[in-house]
Design a protein around this ligand. Structure first.
Ligand code: NAP
Length: 418
């Protein structure tokens, strides 16, 4: 009789929303041959759903435990996550992580550690929860040029926007609900300020375009300043406000990456992506347009992506980073402009903002609902003024359809440099 194969032994670091989701999926599918044999958490006093003897409070003990076949890191602290994951990779270990902030900030080093020490790191759960976007870009489209990858990459801000537009919820009330449902990061400003979506855009840039970006190079504008007036403005145009991340290869061959609120019309597949769902549009040179939609947050959807990575690691899968060809790297450009909508209840604040962004004051409009303006803005200027803009509370959104071919007009200055 054939001997039963021993289970693959997993060390799980973090037992919060994602850790418990993953654990539950493994428990429900004994036929997979996986066993979570050690679990590390931080807080010794927290009530747990499992007996206390199942937990360790020193994650470091798991890193070099020879009884573990692979590690899953799903903690909420990116600095500590990098320390743990990089130490594990130095030991040549196989690791799965969901921590987008950590991966986006340290990707070049994480790739180098794998090459040097022979370990492996997969992070599908870090981008768009349950949507298999990284593997799709890395493996399936690894050798096909892409014109654009864009979409809704953050579940909790999309949940807030959906509640505001469909049920007239107040921003703070909708945010509290997103947090209660486990969609939001521990620090909600990461979601609402578009920092989380920016991390995901940076990770996708490596797989879709072969470019390792520093997150600080990417413009991100959030939805913290949004109000009912903005939702109503979009609705009057038959559109919705979505937090859209876009990576576009421009006609000049350069790349632009930005994350901003955007008015989206019903012709875009993103129009119907509601609540905690995410959606990704891929515009491939030969395959043409593709659209993937799925749950972008939550224990089970994210745990499902972790499971897929665990099983892929067991089969020996690693990311190929096929688009990354030394010497032919795409250059990131911000020398572009786009059309934006700006609103603030205080006219003086709005006027100052227009002045700073070099929009003529005659662009100012008022109707019975609000005071707002629309005009062309240099992306570079928006990037420089991003932190100041956040302090003003002015809500800023890109206007116009999501378009792969003309995300923003390349300015004469950029063309002149070619
Ligand atoms: N939630 C989602 O929908 C989602 C989606 C995609 C990706 N992610 C990512 O997945 C990761 C986990 O998110 P989450 O929502 O599951 O967070 P969470 O619910 O806040 O849980 C975090 C877990 O990490 C543990 N932890 C924190 N620091 C630790 C340390 N130094 N050593 C050991 N354990 C430590 C915590 O321990 P205690 O239990 O003792 O507090 C807790 O169990 C984050 O990187 C997040 O960005 C989350």
């Amino acid at each position: 009789m054939e001997a039963t194969k021993p289970p693959v032994r997993i060390g799980l670091i973090g037992f919060g929303c994602v850790g418990q989701g993953f654990y539950d999926i493994v428990q429900r599918q004994p036929g997979l041959g996986l066993a979570v044999t050690r679990i590390a958490v931080k807080n010794a006093d927290k009530p747990r759903i499992l007996p206390s003897e199942r937990f360790s409070f020193r994650a470091d003990e798991l890193l070099d435990d020879p009884e573990l076949d692979l590690l899953v890191e799903v903690i909420d602290d990116p600095i500590e996550a990098f320390r743990l994951v990089s130490t594990a990779l130095r030991l040549g270990r196989r690791v799965v992580t969901a921590n987008k902030a950590m991966v986006a900030r340290h990707l070049p080093e994480l790739v180098q550690l794998q090459q040097h020490f022979g370990g492996a790191l997969l992070y599908e759960a870090a981008v768009c929860g349950s949507i298999p976007i990284i593997r799709t870009l890395d493996s399936y489209f690894g050798h096909e040029p892409l014109q654009a990858v864009s979409g809704i990459f953050n579940g909790s801000s999309n949940y807030v926007l959906t509640r505001m537009s469909e049920e007239g919820s107040d921003y703070n009330e909708a945010l509290a609900e997103a947090q209660a449902r486990g969609f939001a990061e521990t620090d909600p400003s990461l979601d609402m300020g578009a920092f989380d979506a920016r991390s995901k855009a940076v990770i996708l840039a490596a797989h879709a375009f072969g470019v390792f970006l520093n997150p600080d190079e990417v413009l991100n504008l959030g939805i913290e300043g949004i109000g009912a007036a903005d939702v109503a403005y979009a609705a009057r145009l038959g559109q919705k406000i979505k937090l859209v991340a876009g990576l576009y290869q421009l006609p000049s061959g350069r790349l632009t990456v930005l994350v901003t609120p955007q008015l989206v019309g019903s012709a875009s597949p993103l129009f119907e992506v509601g609540h905690e769902f995410n959606g990704v549009l891929i515009d491939a040179a030969f395959a043409g347009p593709q659209f993937l939609r799925g749950r972008g947050a939550g224990g089970h959807p994210t745990g499902s992506a972790v499971l897929a990575d665990v099983l892929a690691l067991q089969r020996g899968f690693r990311y190929g980073y096929a688009k990354r060809q030394p010497g032919t790297e795409l250059q990131l450009t911000k020398g572009l402009e786009g059309d934006f909508y700006l609103r603030h209840a205080d006219e003086a604040v709005l006027r100052t903002t227009l002045q700073q962004l070099e929009i003529p004051v005659k662009a100012l409009r008022s109707d019975e609902h609000s005071l707002y303006a629309t005009g062309a803005v240099q992306l570079e200027l928006l990037h420089q003024l991003r932190d100041w803009l956040r302090t003003t509370g002015v809500f800023v959104a890109r206007v116009g359809e999501v378009s792969a071919t003309q995300p923003a007009r390349e300015t004469a200055a950029v063309r002149a440099q070619e």
